[in-house]
Design a protein around this ligand. Structure first.
Ligand code: ADP
Ligand code: NA
Length: 330
């Protein structure tokens, strides 16, 4: 079986973007692949965070993943900081990746914002850690949202340079991104040019998986749109980022395509369409929310599952990273 690896930061409550672009696609891979999923707390401290709530947020993220359908019996689910192989390999990769490569990463520019000098050096080398996350398991397939494509290309550059420079042809495999679905990039509800993100300062910009029916209805009602009604065909969405985003979300949540949504709702005004969308979101998310609450009633059980996952993950990653260290000459 091919090995897949993916991760998510415990930097807030997972958003609809995380769910449609990543988490939802991780579920079926549990049965067809050797699937490893990680709550990446080392990544979460690259940006401002609260040490008092980090561990709680990490557990909540794990509970959200399980509630979305990840089953610790069918995949390896663990917390990044519990497996030291990630940090060990990341240091080696810090010394393999070139500054020029990192300078081209658009996510750093987005996340660092205007005051780039004030960003942490961890945020800058984040893609090196991400490469280590994947390659510590020699995973070959990485199911992620479209926003991570550039980082995966960098991971391949790192793997290739490591193999070449240290005379270890074929040691690290090539990685393929697996970018799936009509909503591989869900955009902010307030600005159709920005991706929806759990670390966006505006809560109105995103649907959190834990938002209740009223919050969802309000956020969708306030979502930015243009004054035109829905077009009759998908071609009519091209220059309308906000309209395209909302149509894409309904398509993804109801298992159809943007064309399918427009066949049913083309010609409607956004007022009516937003009601349909909010209702579909509430129906889809409420069972996940109920399961998440049930899991968090027994935090010790979630923690025990994560500890077991870390043991399974370390059993794979430790020998690979020890071999990488030997190749480097340690
Ligand atoms: P965030 O930016 O919300 O903090 P992460 O960096 O933790 O998200 O990413 C977790 C996963 O969710 C990644 O696979 C990423 O590609 C995916 N993802 C994040 N935001 C979106 C989005 N707006 N649309 C689609 N996928 C997304
Ligand atoms: Na599996």
């Amino acid at each position: 079986m091919q090995r897949v690896f993916s991760g998510i930061q415990p930097s807030g409550i997972p958003t609809l973007g995380n769910y449609l672009g990543a988490i939802r696609n991780w579920v079926p891979l549990q049965d067809t692949h050797d699937a490893i999923y990680c709550v990446v707390d080392l990544h979460a401290i690259t940006q401002p965070f609260d040490p008092k709530t980090l561990a709680t947020q990490t557990r909540e993220m794990a509970a959200a993943l399980i509630a979305c359908g990840l089953d610790p019996k069918r995949c390896i689910l663990f917390v990044q900081s519990h497996v030291h192989a990630h940090a060990r390999l990341a240091w080696i990769f810090n010394c393999v990746a070139r500054l020029g490569w990192l300078n081209r990463m658009t996510q750093f520019k987005d996340k660092a914002g205007k005051d780039r000098e004030a960003a942490s050096s961890g945020l800058y080398v984040y893609p090196n850690l991400m490469a280590a996350d994947i390659l510590a398991y020699k995973a070959v397939l990485v199911p992620v949202g479209d926003d991570q494509k550039q980082h995966l290309e960098l991971a391949n550059d790192i793997a290739e340079k490591f193999n070449h420079d240290f005379g270890a042809e074929g040691f690290f495999p090539r990685i393929e991104p697996l970018i799936q679905g009509v909503a591989a990039r869900v955009m902010s509800l307030r600005d159709g040019t920005k991706k929806m993100s759990k670390s966006d300062p505006s809560d109105q910009s995103r649907i959190n998986l834990t938002d209740d029916a009223d919050a969802i209805a309000l956020k969708i009602r306030r979502a930015r749109t243009d004054p035109e009604p829905l077009p009759e065909a998908a071609a009519g969405l091209e220059a309308r980022a906000e309209a395209r985003n909302l149509v894409g979300i309904l398509a993804a949540i109801s298992g159809t395509t943007p064309e399918g949504v427009l066949r049913e709702h083309g010609g409607k005004g956004f007022g009516a369409f937003k009601e349909v969308l909010a209702e579909a979101l509430v129906a889809h998310l409420s069972p996940i929310q109920a399961e998440m609450r049930r899991l968090l009633d027994d935090p010790a059980a979630v923690d025990a599952a994560l500890r077991h996952g870390a043991e399974q993950a370390a059993a794979i990653a430790d020998p690979i990273v020890t071999e990488a260290e030997r190749i480097v000459g340690f």
